[in-house]
Design a protein around this ligand. Sequence first.
Ligand SMILES: Cc1cc2nc3c(=O)[nH]c(=O)nc-3n(C[C@H](O)[C@H](O)[C@H](O)COP(=O)(O)OP(=O)(O)OC[C@H]3O[C@@H](n4cnc5c(N)ncnc54)[C@H](O)[C@@H]3O)c2cc1C
Length: 396
Amino acid sequence: MSKDRVIVAGAGPAGLVGATILARAGIAVTVLEAEAALPLNLRASTFHPPTLDMLDELDVAQPLIDQGLKAPTLQYRDRPTGLIAQFDFGLIADLTGHPFRLQCEQFRLNQLLLAKLEAMDGVEIRFGAKVSDATQDQDGVGVVLEGGERIAGAYLIGADGATSAVRDATGIPFEGFTWPEQFLVVSTPFDFTGPFPDLCCVNYFADPEEWYFLLKVPGLWRVMFPTGTDESLETIMSDATAQRRLRRVFDTGAPYTIEHKTLYRVHQRVAERSRAGRFFLAGDAAHINNPLGGMGMNGGIHDAHNLATKLARVLRGEAPPSLLDRYESERRPVALEYINKHTIKNKRNLETDDPAEQAAFRAVLKETLADKDKTRAYLRRISMIASLEQAALGAG
Ligand SMILES: Cc1cc2nc3c(=O)[nH]c(=O)nc-3n(C[C@H](O)[C@H](O)[C@H](O)COP(=O)(O)OP(=O)(O)OC[C@H]3O[C@@H](n4cnc5c(N)ncnc54)[C@H](O)[C@@H]3O)c2cc1C
């Protein structure tokens, strides 16, 4: 095996984007995925403008757009009183080739990238290949699979998700906390633009009793709710409870058709370091956060883009290995100070029952919309363009 081969643990969005960038630069890549095939589970469904710009470089933005819904606007609403504010990404069309959020399930991106990788030279993709340990010395890395097989390479990217075996192998702590409530996503084909005619594709509803998030994907609306900390799993997942929650959004007078229910624990954690010698952490292996703002998968793709571009330059002899030091100094502050901070604030804005906080949230939105420069700054922040500017500043 080539001593310049990069091993990528995990065939999620971060791992596959990283592998594609490396393979396009002529670097040999091995992707190790624990599952027998690409998982088709429903997870992230929002691609931000700069993420689409990066995916365009890999020729997968348009095929993804073809399978999704363009969301040029985003709304904040108050459950009792209705629309508070609507933002239009068209105002930052000079900063991105894609002035909209794309609503499309993340597994569709994984499928597109896998098809590209399978057609490229120097790429090996192994399913049913679960990383159990990894070692390194000054010449390279050794990755141990469950079953004992050992694979050698030059560098290892741990893009193996929140429970990363690569992170475990480094001993890097995954610092932060887990929210007491879980998040339930219920998908229904019911068309919410009937009861809410001016609804757009992405709508956050503030409500101190039970906030929710209405998100349109092709053919379905996904409705996300927080669960009660005292509710049993059986109660949360029962049809009666899901119907009750949906009736609070809008009472149709008849039961909703429910296509999927997904429940998940929500964390705010950032790995203490994103690099240990020849091992790098990217995506959920490096940071996890609540989904309000859609920054988890997008941030993971931005990590992979940053890291793989640097690794390719170093392995092609175009830059010294010291370039790799900048990965952590550019990306970790984004995870810690930007993604973590903003997703926690987004949750607080929707759930607070403090009248002063509620008023402050609404006042900031009003002031922001009244001033074009403030609106553009706000759009740069929620689209994550500002996070890439912050990372560039970290480059020093
Ligand atoms: C239910 C749910 C809803 C979500 N909704 C949103 C959302 O709306 N917006 C948002 O931005 N984010 C959301 N997220 C988070 C988002 O899905 C993740 O941030 C994103 O998947 C991270 O991509 P990744 O490539 O880092 O990791 P993953 O997508 O987790 O991919 C990791 C891959 O590694 C594989 N793997 C794991 N262990 C090993 C091992 N030991 N060896 C080899 N392979 C391994 C896994 O099988 C998986 O294929 C959601 C997550 C969940 C669970």
